[in-house]
Write a protein that binds this ligand. Structure first.
Ligand code: KIV
Length: 276
């Protein structure tokens, strides 16, 4: 199966869903970050990143919008295709943009496009219980899915800002139950954004599939950050969970390697990057 990869000089198979599950079982933290083009994707991969996300954050960091809402399926496909050319080992996930999964059939059509045209190996979609039917439909068609809970940036206009989610005990319990339902529907990964440490810990313990956090504390199975935040390219105010890994380092590759190392050693996130 991996003849072409052997020909390209790869010593071991690339990361896949089984690798990620095994990492959770073995307690090895999963290091993830975003990428949007082939050159950065090659650096991200060379740094030892396990999972690369072509996030709809590209609407903000590449296109200059204030939110991720304007991003289209064609935008994600364009960037995912370029990232796919840059990576060798990492697992490639592409975001389903705003309103691209309003019905099971629409979600399936757009997922197929992200995989066939964008080279993605998994799709990520924001939402809780409302998305169970969609996840079930995609899973039935063997589309790998990452469910995104906690802060859902596509809903920013409804939520009224980029705010920490799940602080109230009933909301935390609800989120945990949604995570289990999404897993049972077929989600292969759950991503948690901006929740208190305790919520991250509870959901990780509840699920068999890996839980990847961004601002979800240290007690999850892996961490993800936006590439431009890691490299201190993002201007202005950044969220509390962001750490500048470029400071004191000579090259972007050194900064990315430092991020992967700190995730693997559980040095990142430190208490100052967490919510209570
Ligand atoms: O779009 C994105 O980059 C994301 C991350 C915040 C995880 O969803």
């Amino acid at each position: 199966m991996y003849t072409q990869l052997e020909q390209r000089g790869m010593l071991e198979p690339p990361v896949n869903v089984s690798t990620l599950r095994a990492m959770k079982q073995n307690g090895e933290p999963i290091a993830c970050m975003t990428a949007y083009d082939a050159s950065f994707a090659a650096l991200v991969d060379a740094a030892g990143t396990d999972l690369v996300l072509v996030g709809d954050s590209l609407g903000m960091v590449i296109q200059g919008h204030d939110t991720t809402v304007p991003v289209t399926v064609d935008d994600i496909i364009y960037h995912s295709r370029t990232v796919a050319r840059g990576i060798r080992r990492a697992f490639l996930v592409a975001d389903m943009p705003f309103m691209s999964f309003t019905k099971p059939a629409i979600a399936l059509d757009n997922s197929i496009r992200l995989m066939q045209e964008g080279g993605a190996m998994m799709v990520k979609l924001e939402g809780g219980d409302d998305q169970v039917e969609i996840v079930e439909h995609l899973a039935r068609h063997d589309i790998p899915v990452c469910a995104h809970l906690g802060l859902r940036p596509q809903s920013v206009h409804k939520i009224g800002g980029f705010k920490v989610q799940g602080r109230e005990p009933d909301k935390a319990t609800e989120m945990c139950a949604s995570a289990r339902r999404l897993q049972n529907a077929g989600a292969d990964i759950v991503l948690l954004e901006c929740v208190p440490n305790e919520v991250g810990k509870m959901i990780r313990a509840e699920l068999e599939v890996p839980v990847i956090g961004i601002g979800a504390g240290p007690d999850v199975d892996g961490q993800i950050l936006v590439l431009y935040d890691i490299l201190d390219i993002t201007q202005g105010r950044t969220p509390k969970f962001v750490k500048n890994f470029q400071a004191g380092r000579d090259s972007p590759l050194e900064a990315l390697e430092a991020y992967v190392r700190e995730v693997k050693n559980r040095e990142y996130p430190a208490p100052e990057h967490c919510f209570s």
